[in-house]
Design a protein around this ligand. Structure first.
Ligand SMILES: [Fe+2]
Ligand SMILES: [Fe+2]
Length: 254
């Protein structure tokens, strides 16, 4: 069939990377030299990503199953799930090898890290997102609304705000962590096409302007779930970036 989303799949294929190939030697060396405040911020952000990426990777399956109108859309969700699983493995590798979080596997380490994640962030990724995925599977939720929450709010604003905050925090550290920085940039590169794809799904569904504005406002509100790990200025910057991104694909709402 004529595919509307095939170029995203091609793009995803061209952007593949291997999380095990990133050299973390200097990062492991640097970790022990972090100031207390630096340690708390970096580990808090990493913990949020471990929770968030694991959850988004799992729940994309429901999205793929509902993308019956277009094979290329289903293929995009599959490509995206492959990326999200890699992101979860990358952050797990960092918390395990660099931060020394104990545990025999990702699940055990997540249990340890959960203590560093705010109840609000846990609620978004471990309650709201699963509930949405189940509602989608039960035909009680439209795919477009689900993409609105997943791609626009959770990825487009909440995770993006955290990712930018980590890059900024890394650049201000007293020590260098090049491997974590490199991986974070590669994750962000993947997230750009995920959000571009989500924007395209929303755009094709003729979602009305005030719904988009509502989505963005809810995303900004949800970003506060990071608590004091991210400044409100940084959240505003991500909101503006996101508005520009949506505008670039032709969605206007302000
Ligand atoms: Fe991701
Ligand atoms: Fe993503």
């Amino acid at each position: 069939m004529i595919t509307g989303y095939g170029h995203f799949v091609q793009l995803a294929d061209s952007l593949q990377w291997d999380e095990t190939a990133i050299d973390l030697t200097a990062d492991i060396e640097a970790w022990g030299k972090l100031e207390d405040q630096e340690y708390d911020q970096i580990l808090g952000l990493l913990a949020g990503f471990c929770v968030g990426e694991t959850s988004v990777a799992v729940h994309l399956t429901s999205f793929e199953a509902k993308a019956t109108i277009d094979d290329s859309m289903a293929a995009c969700f599959r490509s995206q799930a492959r990326d999200e699983a890699r992101h979860a493995r990358f952050f797990d590798r960092v918390v395990s090898e660099v931060a020394g979080i104990p545990g025999a596997n990702m699940t055990e380490r997540l249990e340890v890290l959960r203590e560093r994640v705010s109840p609000e962030l846990l609620e978004l990724f471990e309650e709201r997102l699963p509930a949405l995925a189940y509602a989608l599977a039960d035909d009680q939720e439209e795919l477009t609304s689900a993409v609105g929450l997943y791609h626009m709010i959770l990825e487009g604003v909440v995770l993006t705000a955290g990712q930018h905050a980590l890059l900024k925090a890394l650049s201000q550290l007293s020590v260098k962590m090049p491997g974590v920085h490199k991986g974070m940039e590669l994750v962000l590169r993947d997230e750009r096409w995920h959000i571009g794809f989500g924007s395209r799904v929303i755009q094709s569904a003729d979602i009305v302007d005030d719904e988009m504005e509502e989505l963005l406002n809810r995303g900004t509100e949800a970003s506060k779930a990071w608590g004091n790990l991210i400044s409100s200025d940084d959240i505003d910057k991500v909101k503006q970036l996101h508005q520009r991104r949506l505008k670039a694909v032709g969605i206007k709402f302000w």
